[in-house]
Design a protein around this ligand. Structure first.
Ligand SMILES: Cc1cc2nc3c(=O)[nH]c(=O)nc-3n(C[C@H](O)[C@H](O)[C@H](O)COP(=O)(O)OP(=O)(O)OC[C@H]3O[C@@H](n4cnc5c(N)ncnc54)[C@H](O)[C@@H]3O)c2cc1C
Length: 445
């Protein structure tokens, strides 16, 4: 399938420059070999069935990622150093705008292509750290692009796409967790209606300390004063201006993805202009829901990438490492768990790209029930996260002691693959959702 792109658009430039595919070295060829390795790792994922656009995205992103070898990510992880060069490289070629409108400098592509981009990033060896350095710029900007005013869009989106401003997504709070509707951060409007004063606390905000903007979900009407808890929330695109009073941050020490900061963010009467609000006051939950299914697809893609990367490493190591006079992969005790992990990844891949396709199709097809999209996106995130965990754990075990060594990367992948199981929504909450919405069992929470 091929498409005609607007002249000068990212995709037009890509189709002109990124083909022929053979001209681009796959990222795995560029990887440095580990001490015991005699051959490069092999790409495993079956590419049949992807569209021309998805394969073009995959090739172009692979070419950028090849400039950031595993040693780069190992070092960033160990030193907890932000991968700003990686963010800049993707921004330079316009990739942060992959799913943003062409008239604002984006590529105007869909979540199907953005998911492929995120998968390719994590699969390159960048893992969740690489993905997390990028993904809020892609998904958190979706509600802004759909509901923002002309001034908001023109004043913000181009600078996010060109990398001048980085974005973070501020939803989770320490005292309410997954019970998002109970969140307590309050945005109080000034008497003259020109500003809001923000007071409250957010937690686990990826990239907050390097971001200039936050897409913030806050209460504009206290929960006691609304009929339904979905009411009274509003969404803002705010500056994170550390020179202003009332804003503080603290870094959270964490298990994986250490290159990318996660922060607690404290607001204490932090002043923001009223025109930073996106959409109507009190409509924030409805607006943010728009981005959530897209986010599930991206996270599913990231998990898949990590799983395939781990499996490639495991298959390569298992065919080279000789113990008891034969490659360890000749033992079915090593081979079968890896074969099983491969099939789980392939199945989760089909679920993921089915969900992304469904999400994109709703833009032009009103007959697709939102319920179907929600079930597909949540199921995809669940299945991909579980398949990635299985692959990463088995990759470490297949490496024996070397699975525990930083140099072989699989320990980093295992640490990172826990994230898609927890965030942005936990596996338990997805199981709750499917139990209730599909199986029609009584709501358990
Ligand atoms: C690395 C990382 C990056 C993140 N980045 C961001 C970000 O950029 N922005 C942001 O807003 N948030 C972010 N988060 C937060 C993330 O979305 C939350 O951690 C996640 O939604 C879980 O919320 P919680 O930690 O408060 O868990 P809790 O709500 O405290 O839940 C704890 C456990 O109890 C289970 N549980 C709770 N209620 C039920 C129930 N009724 N039935 C069954 N099980 C239940 C949960 O599944 C979970 O396993 C990030 C988290 C991590 C770890």
């Amino acid at each position: 399938m091929s498409r005609v792109y607007a002249k000068g658009s990212l995709c037009a430039r890509l189709t002109a420059s990124a083909r022929p595919r053979a001209a681009i070295a796959p990222s795995w060829l560029a990887r440095p070999r580990s001490a015991f390795s005699t051959t490069a790792t092999r790409p495993l994922m079956e590419l049949t069935g992807f569209t021309e656009e998805q394969l073009t995205v995959r090739d172009a992103i692979s070419a950028i990622c090849a400039k950031f070898p595993n040693t780069y990510w190992q070092e960033r992880d160990q030193l907890e150093k932000d991968p700003k060069e990686f963010h800049a490289a993707l921004a330079k070629d316009g990739w942060l705008g992959i799913a943003l409108p062409e008239e604002l400098g984006g590529a105007g592509l869909g979540i199907s292509e953005a998911t492929m981009m995120m998968q390719t990033i994590s699969q390159s060896g960048a893992g969740m750290a690489g993905a997390q350095a990028i993904h809020a710029n892609v998904y958190a900007t979706q509600p802004l692009a759909k509901f923002g005013t002309k001034d908001q869009l023109e004043g913000t989106i181009p600078k996010i796409i060109d990398g001048t401003w980085r974005t973070c997504f501020g939803v989770t709070e320490p005292n309410t967790g997954l019970e998002t509707l109970k969140l307590k951060t309050l945005a109080k409007k000034s008497a003259d209606q020109s500003s809001y004063s923000i007071t409250g606390q957010k937690i686990w905000i990826t990239c907050a300390e390097v971001a200039s903007k936050m897409i913030l979900l806050a209460r504009t009407t206290p929960i006691e004063e609304v009929k339904k808890s979905t009411q009274g929330l509003s969404i803002f695109c705010i500056d994170l201006d550390r020179s202003q009073p009332g804003l503080d941050m603290r870094k959270i020490k964490k298990m994986g993805g250490r290159a990318v900061a996660a922060n607690e963010v404290f607001f204490d009467n932090y002043q923001i202009p009223a025109d930073t609000r996106i959409g109507e006051e009190g409509e924030g939950f409805r607006i943010i829901l728009h981005g959530m299914n897209a986010e599930r697809c991206l996270l599913a893609g990231e998990a898949l990438g990590l799983g395939y990367a781990a499996l490639e490493r495991a298959a390569s190591y298992a065919s080279e490492r000789v113990v008891f006079g034969r490659p360890i992969g000749q033992n079915q005790g090593i081979a079968h768990p890896l074969a099983d992990a491969y099939m789980r990844l392939e199945a989760a891949k089909l679920a993921t790209y089915h969900a992304a396709r469904l999400y994109d199709a709703t833009k032009t097809d009103d007959s697709i029930p939102l319920h179907s999209v929600g079930v597909a996106c949540n199921s995809a995130k669940y299945l991909a996260a579980e398949a990635a965990f299985t692959a990463c754990e088995r990759a470490v075990l297949s490496h024996g002691g070397m699975g525990y060594a930083m140099e072989y990367d699989v320990e980093r992948y295992l640490r990172e693959c826990l994230v898609p199981r927890i965030a942005p929504v936990s596996r338990e909450m997805i199981l709750n959702y499917v139990s209730e919405k599909v199986l029609q069992l009584p709501r358990s929470y």
